[in-house]
Design a protein. Structure first.
Length: 381
């Protein structure tokens, strides 16, 4: 069977990482996989190394002009896939239009909450919602948000049809591969300029407005204020990733007088090298699906502090294996950092809890098998 994956970008991001992880773990003796994308990125070379064909699409002016759509249509018609599998908003919408025109089964992935999309984007979602063969939500919270935001506005009959098409396949991580590379690289704290007795707070992600790293910096500054001055030099915040907010965050760090305590790594191809050197992991996003970075942190046993819009999370049970913080509440985030800093027993208990949870519930091999089964179902539909 031939599966064409159509994704908006191959840059650093959760959906892109999820696709790469799946491609590494699919059974390539059973299915052929081909990639179509708009924006080049760091995952391109990694995918090429797997021996997978890739095709880049450009429009005359932009990816949204008619020339881009015609190119996609002609390319997919030429490739003759049994199933089209799309991810990220632009590819999801354009992919389902092409699938409708060519009468191809299409599976659309959702890696984040649709409620955080613009009204125009969700209007286009609703106008084309009848087309996909299946929708895949990567977490329970993303699935619930999809139901509440999109299907609730459909008539009862269509609502039932959409709900039957909506499948939960949680993101997974390839722990075997990560651990193998960690052992090969043999990277320690000194490699990054950290001392062995430093308390290192880590975060991994794109430095973009939706990630709200300014909130994390405010929390970090508040946390340092609570500590005795003699401890300040041994408190570090390591921000792994690059993006449009880098310079703004560096300026904010200077303004808050915490620049000496922060290490901006810039874009990293293998961010997992940093996790073993963190004491805890923090996310301050306005909105997240089932974050790949969070799952990677989980697998290394890191206590996790993350912002979330409600009291239930797909991974974190508040106080058991991490902490849930209200969005933008930097003072509570600082309090939880303070709690972990002075409670090594709590940190160790969360470590054991998270390692067991990652191995039990978030194995990429299980996710890959579920997708392969779904491809067969879509082909038969």
């Amino acid at each position: 069977m031939r599966v064409v994956h159509f994704i908006t970008s191959l840059k650093i991001g959760g959906a892109e990482a999820a696709l790469y992880n799946l491609l590494k773990n699919f059974d390539h003796t059973q299915n052929e996989h081909i990639i179509i994308y708009f924006y080049m990125g760091e995952n391109f070379n990694k995918i090429k190394q797997l021996g997978i064909k890739t095709y880049k699409i450009d429009g005359l002016i932009s990816i949204y002009d008619p020339f881009a759509l015609i190119k996609i249509l002609l390319l997919i018609k030429k490739l003759k896939p049994d199933v089209l599998h799309t991810a990220l908003w632009s590819a999801n919408i354009l992919g389902r239009i092409v699938a409708k025109l060519l009468n191809i089964p299409v599976i659309c992935d959702y890696h984040g909450n649709v409620s955080s999309q613009s009204k125009l984007r969700n209007l286009l979602e609703q106008k084309t919602i009848k087309i996909p063969t299946y929708f895949v939500a990567v977490s329970k919270s993303v699935k619930k948000d999809f139901e509440e935001t999109l299907t609730s506005k459909c008539n009862k009959k269509l609502q039932n049809t959409i709900l039957q098409k909506l499948i939960l396949i949680q993101n997974g991580i390839d722990m075997d591969s990560i651990m193998q590379q960690i052992c090969t690289n043999n990277i320690n704290r000194k490699s990054f300029g950290f001392d062995e007795n430093d308390f290192v707070i880590g975060t991994v992600g794109r430095l973009e407005p939706i990630k709200s790293y300014n909130i994390l910096l405010l929390a970090f500054a508040e946390f340092i204020k609570k500590l005795p001055s003699e401890n300040h030099t041994n408190i570090k915040l390591c921000i792994v990733g690059g993006g449009s907010e880098m310079e703004n965050l560096k300026k904010l760090a200077e303004k808050l007088n915490i620049a000496k305590n922060i290490y901006f790594t810039g874009m990293q191809a293998n961010s997992f090298n940093f996790y073993p050197n963190f004491d805890c992991f923090a996310l301050s996003s306005q909105s997240e699906g089932l974050s790949i970075a969070l799952l990677e942190a989980l697998s290394f046993g890191l206590p996790i502090i993350t912002t979330h819009s409600n009291t239930e999370h797909d991974v974190i049970v508040n106080g058991k294996n991490g902490f849930l913080i209200k969005i933008n509440d930097f003072k509570d985030l600082a309090e939880k950092l303070f709690l972990l800093y002075y409670n090594p027993n709590l940190k160790n208990r969360m470590k054991a809890e998270n390692i067991a949870l990652a191995n039990r519930n978030f194995d990429i091999k299980a996710s890959a098998k579920l997708f392969e089964s779904l491809y067969q179902k879509a082909k038969r539909s």
